[in-house]
Ligand binder design. Sequence first.
Ligand code: GGG
Length: 347
Amino acid sequence: MKSYSIALIPGDGIGRDVTAAAWTVLEKAAGNFGFALVGTEFPWSCSFFKDTGRMMPEDGIETLRGFDAILLGAVGWPAAVPDSVSLHGLLLPIRKAFVQYANIRPHRLLPGVTGPLRAERFDILCIRENTEGEYSGAGGRVHQGTLDEVAVETSIFTRAGVERILRFGFEQARSRRGKLASVTKSNAQKYSMVFWDEMTRKLAADYPDVTVTSYHVDALAARMIMAPESLDVVVASNLFGDILTDIGAAIQGGLGYAASANINPDRSAPSMFEPVHGSAPDIAHLGIANPIAAIWSGAMMLDHLREKVAAERVMKAVEATTAKGIGTIPGKDSTEAITAAIVAALT
Ligand code: GGG
């Protein structure tokens, strides 16, 4: 029997609730479709930081390297650890160290879920660059606390990094409806985004079957709300992609439905799967967090592990559940009830 080793990092807050739910569904899928998932849980989180002074041990990356995939919940507990410390101590180092340069985020309405828009028939795949750009972490502060204080944060766009994410976007568009929206702000950012646009135009020659349009990020944000059905694949830099995918989450009914995959396309290191949402301290451990984003992320993990049938069946079970109205109204159904309904629908 095929077996996959999965590193489980539930993290903080509702990350713990939804990772447990996703794991229940994934184990059931494995049993149904004839493969095994062997999970190893790591307590790396803000409470781990409080105990050890680190979000993960010094050899955390090397520990994770041997796994087939990583399933992560949420990171952050701002009352105890500043978000800038928790994010740069766990999530971002994993994305960068394992060259998970493509962050894939699907945005569509599940059956039975009501979004805030009149448009209901949209299916957008956002591809967010995940290792550089505005999240490079290059910068510094001087004269802190004085009137001469200066803070500098430099975005880094490498030719290799821009080319690989744009090519990934073109390939995704080619496998879907053949339309790529490349997100820019080259009127204001005259070095990095002009370069991004030049690379978009250059690579377009290799994908004559894909129609590519460059949109300024502000125009694209408006388009996601006014005409989401006009979009197919969207490719964006790290920060632009982060912001646009919160709009994507909003139009698909909320963060409880927004899934993501941090993919290492070369498979030279594990990929990581996580709901887009954070740790939501206000509802942590109340048993009311929506587990669907985490379960959908788990289905993306099965797909990446090439368990395509199991991945599709998990999504069918999620859709059958929401079609019955379960998990479609915030706070109405418990995490446990939504999970049980999805498990029951999984055939
Ligand atoms: N689900 C992982 C998580 O906690 N995400 C919240 C977050 O702030 N992520 C930062 C980012 O993706 O840029």
